[in-house]
Design a protein around this ligand. Structure first.
Ligand code: CMP
Length: 947
């Protein structure tokens, strides 16, 4: 074997074809000479076990060294004509500059490039890019050699170099001379050199030491035929062969003439950047202008890229360029051929073609490779930019949007966004839209597994909003499939096992973060509990998952605590008393604090019919309107079919609102003094409100004057904190999208929102039902102080309610009262009004609240408004993909709630006295919520002055 010759091969196992499913890679390294990989790629048919199951997934973690190559049928790098001319000039100039160099040995010693292995990682322009020459090139080479040998004055001679005989070799310069003389179409030495390089890159011709590409210099080259020896190489050609060669040569020369410039360009792109001359860089630059994947880049960036792009050629279909889960090291543009994008458990999801690029996702996000890239055909050509150069030149200018496709359809759309401060690079991709399954895959592949502190925003958004686009059962199913990705794989190598274990760890991490993000909501789903238990059993049984046992135990403990709490509170009952307050929480009953209303808690409530007779019903919270309607109709003996009946709320002002049959948590959803009616559809107009709806509801009778205002604010805040604490972030989603979509109750949110109205109307009711002017003045002062204390306690919900109550038309018109309010109080009140000013999207409040630290109770109606705006202003689905930007917007609002409650409320009681009295007073205010009635009462206490 000639010194420096490589021993390598890349094989595709016969008959193998990439199919979705199992990809088994086997490779071994050849020792001796350069460290070369011999790769055998086996693709065996997938066994998809169950629908949606992760079929024995691809799990090989091997970095195959890229093998080399067989025959390119056509040239990938088709140079523009202009460049072909330029190329000729370059070579002419090179020749002039270089002249005829010293002897082969001397040159080799002086300038011998360090030997590079035959790996596309470090391509060597002296070596062929194909495994064996194509028949066409072989024939061209044969014809040229035949004519050369037949020529008695030929340069092709046996020569002794360093005492060693090298048969039939010739210096590059003489080969160029000969070719220029042979054909009138070859005008320049550069053209001739390019033609010889075209033969060299297919292995028809080679430098004797395999150290040089073709150069118009004194380096010695010889034909492959002469390297191999044998009969074909021996002696003078027969007349018959000579005739055939002569006949073929014209066609051969013209084909070679075409290929020369492209071969030269490929040769330049395989040289290390410091060996590329400025003329060569100019030539590469001119070619980059024609590549679509670079069209968005500026000229200066393309110039920089000219020196760092590397040309890679791969001979064998089935060669793996890199594996899913690998570290991202390069970005690629496909110049020729096609590659399959293969994903564990899915198989081939996309095929990328000439001109497509891939591999920047991992580079930009510093994440593992999201897919395995497998060559689909023989002789693929690629341009490669390695990570360090990519980061330096491209990272910050890369295209803003990245669309990933599977089976011809977009599955994930990512957009480049500025990274948060503290992260080590400036930009990364964030998900804009995607299919639910692909987003989950992206999460598991790229956002978990690294020891990152805190909750990744994408993961958090996903966990907070997935119920909108991926029901819990589906999510659990997908996770179980990922966790059991090894279920159908028998033989596993250590590397396979490592990959599988890593993936299992990610699923466990996901579970942990899920529970962290949504707390008890996760445990409310039986499918989640079953999954956690299965997971725990498997983790216990698997020694490789030892480190994960503590995570799983922690989750199990939380689950047990939840279940215990649930059992203790099983059969929890609520009451909707006839006079105002919908549930016992507000009726002064000794309910334990921080009680969450659960879907299967019972609630006792009345349902009226048109003649104001009623029945009392007891149903779980999650009971549908349809069932309540049927039961009430039966009890009230309406004798009509359910299709003729409706369940309807009649508000205290007589307004009616009909419930959908599939609506749930009906009683808690009523307005303050609203009543539930069952009515014949056609008789809706006959429904009138009850007399009691217009009167102040019953409550604790107390002389407000004697209560300490700070005490009031303190107890209001404690009370509302408990209500706020019980609201789950998901209830905001149910409320915004409509709880009937989810079949989930929003009772805790309903109660909290009612509370806002209750406080607001309590202020108005108290003021308009106080006939004494001096008492009213005292009350207004008290309420302004109350607002100030609520603000101090960071109970913004009550602060808004009190200030809005004082700004209610029935109160603001009380001129005589306001005239007597000291200006100091009026000024404070004006400041408060400025704070609740809704203009510029509640800017004043947002700025104020933005500076507060938790714990705080936010102004809930504004959060709901933000949710509604996000919902109504943005489609949930965009071209069949989940609009994740919308989910992100909603999650931001939901996170606000989490932030507000991230520290527990530890208020100092203003005084130790009157605890019980004030608490029962503030939990059951006397309220009129009919504006007409309130205005009339206001008129009564302070009739409008006649001018
Ligand atoms: P990266 O994750 O760096 O490496 C694998 C590449 O495959 C990925 O970047 C994308 O450029 C490309 N790719 C194309 N289609 C998909 C797809 N549907 N899912 C994941 N990766 C894909």
């Amino acid at each position: 074997m000639v010194a420096g010759q490589q021993s390598w091969s890349t094989q595709t196992v016969a008959g193998s074809e990439l199919v979705p499913g199992v990809l088994l890679l086997r490779y071994r390294r050849h020792s001796g000479g350069e460290d070369q990989a011999r790769a055998t790629f086996v693709a065996s048919k997938a066994t998809k076990a169950t629908a949606g199951a992760t079929s024995a997934a691809v799990k090989r973690r091997r970095q195959l060294e890229r093998g080399q190559m067989t025959r390119p049928e056509s040239m990938a790098f088709e140079m523009s004509n202009k460049n072909k001319e330029l190329m000729n000039d370059i070579f002419t100039n090179c020749k002039l500059k270089n002249g005829f160099g010293p002897s082969v040995q001397a040159t080799a010693a002086a300038t011998s490039p360090t030997k590079r292995p035959l790996s596309p990682d470090h391509p060597n322009p002296a070596l062929p890019i194909t495994e064996t020459p194509s028949p066409a090139m072989n024939r061209m080479g044969w014809a040229l050699r035949t004519l050369l040998v037949a020529d008695s004055s030929s340069c092709l001679k046996d020569r002794k170099v360093s005492g060693k005989l090298i048969r039939k070799c010739a210096p590059g310069t003489e080969l160029v001379d000969w070719l220029v003389n042979l054909s009138p179409i070859v005008h320049t030495r550069a053209q001739a050199a390019g033609m010889w390089q075209a033969l060299l890159e297919e292995g028809v011709l080679a430098h004797v030491n395999k150290e040089q590409p073709f150069k118009d210099k004194c380096f010695l080259y010889r034909f492959r035929l002469d390297e191999e020896g044998g009969t074909a190489a021996a002696g003078v050609p027969q007349a018959e062969d000579l005739g055939a060669a002569n006949e073929h040569i014209r066609e051969a020369l013209s084909a070679l003439f075409q290929r020369g410039p492209d071969a030269t360009l490929r040769m330049i792109l395989r040289k290390p950047s410091h060996e590329r001359t400025s003329e060569e860089l100019e030539l590469v630059f001119e070619e980059l202008v024609h590549i679509a994947a670079l069209s968005h880049l500026s000229t200066s960036i393309k110039r920089e890229l000219s020196s760092i792009f590397v040309f890679e050629a791969h001979a064998q279909a089935g060669t793996i360029l890199f594996n899913q889960g690998d570290e991202g090291r390069s970005w690629y543009i496909l110049l020729k051929g096609s590659v399959d994008v293969v994903i564990h458990g899915k198989g081939t999801v996309a095929t990328l073609k000439t001109g497509d690029d891939f591999g920047k996702l991992a580079l930009i996000n510093d994440a593992p490779r999201a897919a395995t890239i497998v060559l689909k055909e023989n002789n693929c050509h690629l341009l490669r930019v390695d990570k360090e150069h990519f980061n330096r030149i491209l990272r910050d200018v890369e295209a803003n949007t990245l669309r990933l496709q599977e089976h011809g359809k977009d599955v994930l759309v990512l957009e480049r966004v500025a990274k948060q401060r503290g992260q080590h690079s400036a930009f990364k991709y964030t998900v804009m839209s995607g299919t639910p399954a692909k987003m989950l895959e992206h999460l598991l592949e790229t956002r978990l597994g690294q020891s990152v502190g805190g909750l990744d925003p994408f993961l958090d958004d996903f966990l907070l909003t997935h119920i909108v686009f991926m029901p819990v059962v589906q999510l659990v199913d997908e996770l179980a499939n990922y966790f059991h990705c090894d279920a159908h794989e028998d033989a596993q190598t250590a590397e396979d096992r490592e990959y599988i274990i890593n993936f299992k760890k990610r699923v466990i991490q996901f579970m942990q973060k899920w529970v962290m993000a949504v707390r008890h909501a996760a445990f409310e789903e039986p499918s989640v509990c079953d999954f956690i238990e299965d997971l725990a059993a498997e983790v216990e049984a698997d020694p490789d998952l030892n480190e994960e046992t503590s995570i799983v135990h922690n989750v199990l403990t939380q689950m047990a605590r939840y279940q215990e709490d649930r059992n203790q509170n099983a059969g929890q009952k609520w009451k909707l008393p006839p006079n105002g307050q919908p549930i016992c929480l507000f009726s002064g009953n000794a309910t334990p604090s921080k009680t969450v209303i659960r879907p299967d808690d019972d609630i006792i409530f009345r349902v009226y019919c048109a003649d104001h007779t009623y029945c009392t019903l007891r149903f779980p919270m999650h009971t549908t309107a349809e069932l309540i309607k049927a039961c009430a109709a039966d009890k009230l003996q309406l004798n009509r079919g359910p299709e003729d009946l409706v369940l309807v709320e009649v508000k205290s002002n007589g307004e009616r609102s009909v419930f959908k049959d599939n609506d749930v948590s009906i009683p808690t959803g009523l307005s303050l003094n609203g009543r539930l009616f069952v009515s014949v559809k056609d008789h809706l107009d006959a429904l009138t409100q009850l007399q009691e709806q217009e009167c102040p509801t019953e409550g604790v009778d107390i002389d407000l004057e004697i209560l300490s205002t700070k005490e009031l604010a303190y107890h209001i805040t404690l009370f509302e904190w408990d209500l706020f604490w019980a609201v789950h972030e998901y209830e905001l989603l149910y409320h915004t999208f409509g709880r009937h979509h989810f079949g989930k109750i929003t009772a805790n949110l309903d109660v909290f929102l009612r509370r806002f109205n209750e406080v607001q109307y309590w202020i108005v009711t108290e003021l308009v039902s106080t006939p004494s002017l001096s008492k009213r003045v005292g009350l207004v002062r008290k309420f302004i102080k109350l607002a100030a204390y609520c603000k101090e306690y960071q109970n913004l919900n009550a602060f808004f309610a009190v200030v809005m109550g004082l700004s209610n038309m029935a109160v603001s018109r009380l001129q005589q009262t306001w005239e007597k309010i000291p200006s100091k109080f009026r000024k404070i009140f004006q400041e408060f009004e400025a704070l609740i000013d809704p203009s510029r999207n509640h800017r004043a409040y947002r700025v104020f609240v933005g500076k507060l630290q938790p714990p705080l109770i936010p102004f809930m109606p504004l959060l709901l408004k933000d949710m509604t705006f996000a919902h109504e202003g943005n489609k949930t689905s965009l071209d069949g993909l989940v609009n994740f930007e919308k989910m992100h917007m909603m999650a931001q609002t939901m996170r606000t709630i989490r932030f507000c409650r991230s520290r527990s409320l530890g208020l100092e009681p203003p005084s130790p006295k009157s605890e019980g009295e004030v608490r029962s007073y503030i939990s059951s205010f006397r309220v009129i919520d009919n504006q007409r009635v309130l205005t009339a009462m206001s008129q009564k206490v302070e009739p409008t002055r006649k001018l």
